[in-house]
Design a protein around this ligand. Structure first.
Ligand SMILES: *Cc1c(COP(=O)(O)O)cnc(C)c1O
Length: 390
C-alpha cells in the first residue's frame, strides 16, 4: 500500500514508456492507447517535436512568474486567438481552473450589469470539473453527493432543449450566461445539435447573456475543427480549454471575446503557475504540429474509419444501442452497464474507457493512424461481441 489518497479505482497496470499510440507496461506488454490519458496526449507518446521543445525550454527557463512578462505566453495567446476567433486568454493549469475563471468572469459580467445574484444555466449530464463551483455546475448527482452545500447560482436544463432555456429566460432575471460542452464527454458523448447551437447563440445575443463553451475535452482539434463550436459556426463569448492543449504538460486556458473581453483587470483573477514558459512552449508545439501535420483532417478521417469499422463489425449485434461521435471523440452506447470492458480491454492490450455506465468511450491521440484504427476495431469489436453474448 502506498500513501496515495484513494480517489481513483485504479487498474492494476503501470506504464513505463510509449511511442505514438502505443504504451508499454512495466512487464513489457504493449497496449494500443485509444484513450490518450483522457484526451490529453494529443500528439501521442514520445513525440519528437514535443520532446525537443520540452528539453530545450527546460534548459532555458521553466518558470518565472506572472509578475513579469512571459513572451511564450503572449505568443500562445496570439496563436489561440487566431485559431479560436476569440480576443484574449487567461492561462491556468487544468480544466476545472479554466471553468472557475469562466464562472467568475460570468458573475463579474453580471455584477457590472447590475445583477446582484447572477445565475448560469447549465446542462443535464454536464461535466465541468471537481472544484466546488465546477462540481456545482456539473450535472452528476453522484459526483456532488456528500459535498453539499454546493455553490449556488446554477440553473439546470436538459441538453439540446432550447425551449427549457427560453422558459427560464421568461421568469429568471438573474441569468447572465449559459454554459455547455458542444460535445459532452463524461456524460456519454452527446452532441449539441448544430441548429440548437445557433439558436442558443441567437438567444444569448437577444438576452445579453454570455455563451460559455467548455471545450476542455472536445477542443484542440479533437472533433475535426479546432473547437467544437466551429462546427456550427457560432462564436462563444467564453471558451475554456485544457486536456489536449499541452499534449501532457498541464495547461488550461479561459478565452474571452466581445462583451466578455476586457472585463478582468489586475487583481480580479490570477494563477501562480498558469501559463509558465514550459507549459506555453508545449502548447505552442502542440498547436504547430496539429496544423503542420493536418491532424484535424486526420481526426475526421480516422474517426470516420473507426465508427464505420465498428458499425460493420457490430452490425446486427443486439445490445449495441448507438455508435456516435465527432472526429476522434467516439462513444459506443450499449444497452447495459459495461464497466468491465475496461479490464477486458487491458487483457487484450487495449486502453479504452467506459463513461455514463453504458458508453464505451474512445479518445485516441490525434496522430492515430489508419493502421491504429484497424487494430482498434480488430481488438474492440470482439470484446463487445463477447460481452454482449453475441
Ligand atoms: C476533464 C474535464 C474538465 C475538468 O478538467 P480537469 O483538468 O480534470 O480539472 C472540465 N470540463 C470538461 C468538459 C472535461 O472533460
Amino acid at each position: 500500500m502506498s500513501h496515495v489518497m484513494n480517489t481513483y479505482a485504479r487498474l492494476p497496470v503501470a506504464f513505463s514508456h510509449g511511442e505514438g499510440s502505443w504504451l508499454v507496461d512495466t512487464d513489457g506488454k504493449r497496449y494500443l492507447d485509444a484513450l490518450s490519458g483522457i484526451a490529453v496526449s494529443t500528439l501521442g507518446h514520445n513525440h519528437p517535436d514535443l520532446v525537443a521543445t520540452i528539453a530545450t525550454q527546460a534548459a532555458r527557463v521553466l518558470h518565472t512568474s506572472n509578475l513579469y512578462r512571459i513572451p511564450l505566453q503572449e505568443e500562445l495567446s496570439d496563436r489561440l486567438a487566431a485559431v479560436s476567433g476569440m480576443d484574449e486568454v487567461f492561462f491556468c493549469n487544468s480544466g476545472c481552473e479554466a471553468n472557475e475563471a469562466a464562472i467568475k468572469l460570468a458573475r463579474f459580467y453580471g455584477h457590472q450589469r447590475g445583477v446582484d445574484n447572477p445565475a448560469i444555466i447549465v446542462m443535464e449530464k454536464a461535466f465541468h470539473g471537481r472544484t466546488l463551483a465546477t462540481l456545482s455546475a456539473t450535472g452528476n448527482r453522484k459526483a456532488q453527493a456528500g459535498f453539499e452545500p454546493l455553490v449556488s447560482g446554477f440553473v439546470r436544463v436538459p441538453y439540446n432543449d432550447l425551449e427549457a432555456i427560453r422558459g427560464i429566460a421568461g421568469h429568471n432575471q438573474n441569468v447572465v450566461a449559459v454554459m455547455l460542452e458542444m460535445v459532452q464527454g463524461e456524460g456519454g458523448i452527446h452532441i449539441a445539435d448544430l441548429e440548437f447551437q445557433r439558436q442558443l447563440r441567437a438567444l444569448c445575443d437577444e438576452k445579453g447573456w454570455l455563451l460559455i463553451c467548455d471545450e476542455v475535452q472536445c477542443g484542440v482539434g479533437r472533433t475535426g475543427t479546432w473547437f467544437g463550436y466551429q462546427q456550427s459556426g457560432v462564436l462563444p463569448d467564453v471558451a475554456t480549454l485544457a486536456k489536449g492543449l499541452g499534449s501532457g504538460v498541464p495547461i488550461g486556458a479561459c478565452l474571452a471575446s466581445g462583451k466578455a473581453a476586457g472585463l478582468f483587470g489586475p487583481g480580479n483573477h490570477g494563477s501562480t503557475f498558469g501559463g509558465n514558459p514550459l507549459a506555453c512552449a508545449a502548447a505552442l508545439t502542440t498547436l504547430e504540429c496539429i496544423e503542420r501535420d493536418g491532424l484535424r483532417d486526420n481526426a475526421v478521417k480516422v474517426g470516420e474509419q473507426i465508427r464505420s469499422g465498428l458499425a460493420e463489425a457490430l452490425a446486427g449485434v443486439a445490445g449495441v444501442v448507438e455508435i456516435r461521435g465527432r472526429g476522434l471523440m467516439i462513444g459506443i452506447e450499449l444497452d447495459r452497464p459495461c464497466g468491465e470492458l475496461v479490464a477486458r480491454g487491458l487483457e487484450a492490450g487495449l486502453l479504452i474507457n467506459v463513461t455514463a455506465e453504458k458508453v464505451v468511450r474512445l479518445l485516441p491521440a490525434l496522430v492515430f493512424s489508419e493502421a491504429d484504427a484497424r487494430e482498434l476495431v480488430a481488438r474492440l469489436a470482439p470484446l463487445i461481441r463477447t460481452f454482449l453474448g453475441a
